[in-house]
Design a protein around this ligand. Structure first.
Ligand code: XIL
Length: 365
């Protein structure tokens, strides 16, 4: 969308307090807790995205159910031009029973995004995690079951979601295929998933998404071999999502640049799909000191600069950070140690990390 139109949509939404909420949101909208321009979304024309919690099971951070929901929505709509569901479009949540889909939370996110002139990226159709019990215990025709899931979800969102993570994390770090219910029950399941997604929405951009592919060349070898094989067999795939769950030390920006360049050399689109930068990987810190915050600013700046300098404009699928504020990032729960990996602090305030990202976006159009 051209910038001027996007800004009009945005302004209209804020004016009407129509950011996905009702009467109770109006006071939050009239007492903004967030800074004025320039917002990240206005600093570039590539999608700048954020993963948002929506479901009642993620209540602390949900843009629908959290006590802070209206502030979360306001911050997201101000700063970002793209959203992804942190959880609610995964099979466990969107397809809880074989004969039951739960569209409510996904549809809420889509409406919120559309009301605020934001794009929506779909995450994720096929993964080894977040699988409902009925899928784990399935005894019928597995290929038909997977195809039906993909077809139903992609079709439901075909007019609103223009890009999908079709398969997520199918390879191990050594480049071997991960053993999952899908690899066990369906031969060539990865290719079949892409064919099903393409059949359901021929216009959607289809991504493969994974972690550590920026740091482990053998893992990226496996992904790119898969792409070559797909091309030989006319199986559609458009791009690679680099999750980039990284830390202050690892991996180097040289490694990240090399990995992006390998995709670019094959004409693949590249997304930074789940960016967060842990500042306490060795559990030696108890707070984000000014020194650590400054290091994080530089690290965000360097990673975003690496992306913008390595991936030409037409191949940039955008940059998405995996969560809004440090208070509710998934990493502290996952690694069981304190951390501050995102752009905003627990009080919704921009961190130096935000400045680092902004500096990169402005310096390298
Ligand atoms: C994570 C969510 O952030 C958590 O809330 C959830 O408990 C587990 O999944 N790679 C992915 C994401 O592709 O879907 C994961 O999201 C993080 C790792």
């Amino acid at each position: 969308m051209p910038k001027t139109i996007k800004n009009l949509v945005f302004t209209a939404c804020i004016g009407l307090a129509a950011c996905g909420g009702g009467q109770s949101d109006r006071s939050a909208v009239t007492t903004p807790t967030i800074p004025t321009a320039p917002m990240l979304r206005d600093q570039t024309t590539i999608p700048i995205g954020v993963a948002l919690a929506v479901g009642s099971f993620e209540r602390a951070s949900s843009i629908r159910y959290s006590p802070q929901a209206s502030q979360l929505r306001n911050l997201a709509a101000h700063e970002f031009s793209s959203v992804v569901a942190e959880n609610v479009m995964k099979p466990e949540f969107i397809h809880p029973q074989e004969d039951q889909y739960n569209w409510s939370d996904g549809d809420y996110l889509v409406k919120f995004a559309k009301d605020n002139g934001m794009q929506i990226h779909g995450h994720t159709l096929v993964w080894h995690n977040a699988i409902p019990d009925w899928m784990n215990n399935y005894t019928g025709d597995w290929e038909a079951m997977l195809t039906d899931h993909i077809t139903t979800v992609v079709s439901h969102y075909s007019s609103d979601i223009s890009s999908w993570d079709v398969v997520n994390e199918a390879f191990l770090d050594d480049g071997s295929v991960r053993s999952t219910i899908w690899s066990t029950h369906i031969s060539d399941y990865i290719a079949k998933a892409y064919l099903a997604a393409h059949a359901a929405d021929p216009d959607a951009e289809l991504y493969y998404n994974d972690y550590n592919i920026e740091a482990m060349p053998k893992k990226l070898d496996a992904v790119l071999n898969m792409v070559s094989d797909f091309r030989n067999r006319n199986i559609p795939i458009d791009g690679i999502g680099f999750q980039l769950h990284i830390d202050r030390y690892w991996p180097s920006t040289t490694q990240i640049r090399q990995a992006f360049s390998r995709c670019v050399a094959m004409g693949l689109k590249v997304r930074i799909s789940e960016l967060d930068i842990r500042m306490n990987p060795n559990n030696t810190a108890t707070t984000l000191t000014p020194e650590l915050a400054e290091l994080q600013r530089q690290r965000y700046r360097d990673v975003i600069t690496a992306y913008l300098e390595t991936v030409p404009y037409d191949l940039r699928g955008g940059i998405t950070v995996w969560g809004l504020t440090d208070a509710t990032s998934w990493v502290t729960g996952y690694y069981h140690m304190p951390d501050w990996p995102l752009l905003f602090d627990a009080n919704f305030q921009r961190k130096p990390a935000w400045t680092g990202m902004s500096e990169a976006l402005i310096a390298t159009p």
